[in-house]
Design a protein around this ligand. Sequence first.
Ligand code: GLA
Length: 392
Amino acid sequence: MRWLARFFLALSLPLLLAPIAPAGDGLALTPPMGWNSWNKFGCNVSEKLIRGTADAIEAGGLKDAGYQYVVIDDCWQVSRDATGKIVADPERFPSGIKAVADYVHSKGLKFGIYSDAGTLTCAKRPGSKDHEAQDAKTYAEWGVDYLKYDWCSTDGQDTRDSYARMSRALRASGRSIVFSICEWGGTKPWLWAQGIGHLWRATGDIQDCWDCGKSWGGMGVAHIIDIMADIHAYSGPGHWNDPDMLEVGNGGLTLAENRAHFSFWALFAAPLMAGNDLQAMTPEVREILTNREVIAVDQDPLGMQGRKVWDDGPREVWVKPLADGSKAVILFNRGTEESAFAARWEDVGLFPGGKAVVRDLWKKADVGTFDGRYEAKVEPHGVVMVKLTPQF
Ligand code: GLA
């Protein structure tokens, strides 16, 4: 019998020694980073804009900071031809989508596009309903790497079924395509979308303002932060809660609010899709979007979404555990006056009697070694974002 045991051991040894395979299909193991046309340009998309943006991502340091996907949102499509194939706007995309994708790829970047699970997109362009396989094949032919898939004109459709249908079509297309689900959180996609898509919108459409609900469901940054607080357990490598694309640099937020917005998206392990005009941005905005220490929090391989651990009215402390055992912490002041308050080790998951080195991620500097707590002054609608590394 001993030879039998040896035989089975020999068979299983390579398996035991093999590297652990990533979960799922290996896509989006850290939150996708890139740019999307919608927040700034709406329907005003063109191949000139996409090429110019790809150039700006490469030349302006965003590519080096990790931004990868260049995504055309709604309005690139106008009709279907006699065979049902989707047709791009010939005036805005005279070279065709494949040429634009090739250009984006030539910059070492990836290319994304938008469609909708219903009959029409939200801007009333043709949706993909009943054309899923055909569209997925077309995207693969064009070299699409990322599909954002919206939820307008879907009367009577089931979210899970509709998104699963496109998910299967993408998988059958022969190309690896990140699938971004956009049903705005209505049917709690965090409960069903893992394995169907790589990210799912958890909220209504972000607006370029701090706190400004719209009757149709648009919401400001502060409101989105609250929605994300409740669903932190559902995010992880290959399956991310998406609080919508960034409004950093679009003009409606103060510098402090822009920093707070970007800090929270990083703490949430959110997809970081810039939504401003990358061809014309101020040095302050560039500095925010390319803060590598904050981006490293977002891209941390552990992939945990941060959560709120303390509040006292408008003063809040949030924490995101990182793979190396350190903690990213946000001190958040929702109020309208400057305020000083502390992150206590016991609240952020560090040994209460221990010491930790504190690094300020916006000052990009170590601020010292602290015992039990770290207190800082936080500006109104602002954050202090630090990394706490315990000392043993
Ligand atoms: C919806 C989405 C937005 C954007 C528009 C395009 O509102 O949530 O992000 O894609 O449609 O029409």
